[in-house]
Design a protein around this ligand. Structure first.
Ligand code: NAP
Length: 363
């Protein structure tokens, strides 16, 4: 397989650190650039992080002494030296939009974790197992940007990475009409730990800014169709969401209620989940889970702590599928928010776009 040089923009953040760990031993991608704000630029990665290393796995030795670059001031230099970048930064939305577009225009493809471009019509928002065919919109985006290589691809919000994969393949056979979902979201979704957010110990906060809107609207882009160089959002299914912060380090759980146009048998839904495979499984991409959707028969599963790391945090765990008194069915699902829901989802998206020829190494 071809080898690609990659950069991590926002390398010092929570998601950036996940990228560092996931990419340090990647079979196709070699991290040669780390970038962040001017506060970190000029320091080695280890110095810039100081005591900010937030995840359980150790800081990869081979990245520790790389000198961090300035994500904005060094755009040209970075774009020339890598084949593409991953991007996860905490900046105002309009600045992220401009930053990502500047990389794309400098002929450097951007695999983004940020929400800034999720509703740009010619930017694909990919869950690689579900809507891989949206990648074909990249051609129109390159035309708009006037680029040969450069483009932006985004991944969707972490809150929906469990219930959208569970519903999407069932919808293909038995149209889903209405979905009500309550999410129970980990504190790492806000870039925090219990040390940096002690108020979350023994607490529940019934509000996550902007999350319910994303959880209701983004699925309609995933369900959308490419028409005339744009992704036209679907008008159904209808989603309503409440998103709640709970005292959990990692893992977003969702309680889902669903109504179909034509109600399937429970066994039919279980069969669809068991047999579902997407393009990443067909292509045997390095980070593709073997079984994307895992169903647990036990009444007390899936559990956040037990199952968030299933298949290296890239699988979706589902359980408690049963009939409901108001909707047709209800069930529980779970995914790891900083792996499948953030860095892992973006790495899998990059693997897909490389395997399908949308990104080629320069040398
Ligand atoms: P974070 O821990 O706060 O990290 C923010 C990163 O942005 C740091 O590397 C920081 O660099 C960099 N940064 C801040 N201002 C900058 C500037 N002016 N120029 C260049 N870099 C700048 O945030 P996070 O949790 O990793 O989230 C990053 C992005 O991913 C956000 O858009 C978030 O919505 C998205 N996301 C997060 C999750 C999650 O589960 N955490 C899931 C999905 C998506 P310095 O260290 O130098 O300040």
């Amino acid at each position: 397989m071809k080898r690609y040089k990659v950069g991590i923009i926002g390398a010092t953040g929570m998601v950036g650190q996940r990228f560092a760990v996931m990419l340090a031993e990647h079979p196709w991608f070699e991290v040669t650039v780390l970038a962040a704000s001017p506060r970190s630029a000029g320091k080695t990665y280890k110095e810039a992080l100081g005591s900010r290393w937030l995840i359980d796995e150790p800081l990869p030795e081979k990245l520790a002494d790389i000198v961090v670059m300035d994500a904005t001031a060094d755009i040209d230099k970075i774009s020339k030296s890598v084949d593409f970048v991953f991007c996860a930064v905490d900046m105002p939305k309009d600045e992220i939009k401009a930053l990502e577009e500047a990389y794309a225009k400098a002929e450097c493809p951007v695999m983004s974790n940020n929400s800034a471009h999720r509703f740009t019509e010619d930017v694909p928002m990919l869950i690689p197992e579900l809507n891989d065919e949206h990648a074909k919109v990249i051609e129109a985006q390159r035309k708009r940007l006037g680029t040969k290589r450069g483009f932006i691809a985004v991944k969707s919000n972490c809150s929906l990475q469990s219930y959208v994969p569970a519903l999407y393949p069932v919808d293909k056979k038995y149209k889903v009409n209405d979905v009500l979902v309550c999410t129970y979201q980990a504190i790492s979704g806000a870039g925090k730990t219990f040390d940096t957010w002690p108020e979350m110990v023994d607490n529940v906060i019934p509000f996550i800014g902007g999350e319910e809107e994303k959880s209701e609207k983004e699925p309609l882009k995933i369900w959308g169709k490419v028409e005339n160089g744009k992704i036209v959002n679907a008008s159904a299914p209808s989603f309503t969401a409440q998103c709640i912060r709970v005292p959990v380090s990692n893992g977003h759980l969702a309680a889902v209620f669903v109504r179909f146009e034509q109600k399937p048998e429970k066994e039919e839904i279980l069969e669809i989940w068991k047999n579902f495979k997407g393009r990443p499984q067909e292509l045997q991409l390095p980070n593709a889970p073997k079984q994307f959707l895992h169903y647990f028969e036990e009444d007390n599963m899936p559990q956040t702590k037990l199952h968030r790391n299933l298949e290296n945090g890239m699988a979706v765990s589902i359980g408690r599928l049963r009939e409901d008194t108001q909707y047709d069915y209800k069930f529980i699902c779970l995914s790891h928010n900083t792996l499948r829901g953030a860095a892992g989802g973006a790495v899998l998206m990059a693997e897909l776009l490389c395997a399908e020829g949308y990104i080629e190494p320069k040398e």
